[in-house]
Design a protein around this ligand. Structure first.
Ligand code: DQA
Length: 149
């Protein structure tokens, strides 16, 4: 079965109560459960991790090489700042789909820049929690059903 890592960055542990007008009312456990259920229907085993710490996210990306076939990543605000996360993704050469609940391109100018986008397979933004499921669909199509780690 294809293993996929769903990785969430800073402040996403507060989903549900954090600016619900921007990010919606679903909680992180809701998102993770949705991913697990949808992943199962695609023949994927989903592992989930959230951290507020850049180094923990980098370690998780490194560890995914060899254990996971791809990553769904919402790097939160690190998206707009982290050369280190970009380098980590480039180093492991795993397909990464970048997800944002909100449409970062319709928000403040500082959110338009993504350090993840140049090293990602693609970016999904603005569809709320559904974006994570679309990202799994994209990885499934990219990897081919039943293949991968
Ligand atoms: C976010 C968008 C980022 O700009 C923000 O810093 C977040 C969440 C999103 O999912 O829309 O923390 O990644």
């Amino acid at each position: 079965m294809t293993s996929i890592l769903v990785l969430n960055g800073p402040n996403l542990n507060l989903l549900g109560t954090r600016q619900p007008d921007v990010y919606g009312s679903v909680t992180l456990p809701d998102v993770e459960e949705m991913c697990e259920t949808h992943g199962k229907s695609l023949g994927m085993k989903i592992s989930c991790l959230q951290s507020n710490h850049e180094g923990v996210l980098i370690d998780a990306i490194h560890a995914a090489k060899g254990s996971h076939a791809g990553i769904v990543l919402n790097a939160g605000a690190f998206t707009h700042t982290s050369v280190a996360l970009m380098d980590a993704i480039a180093s492991v050469e795993l397909p990464v789909v970048e997800v944002h609940l909100s449409n970062i391109h319709a928000r403040e100018a500082f959110r338009h820049k993504s350090f993840i986008a140049p090293v990602a397979l693609g970016q999904i933004a603005g569809f709320g929690a559904t974006g994570y499921l679309l990202a799994l669909d994209a990885l499934s199509a990219h990897l081919g059903r039943g293949r991968g780690a």
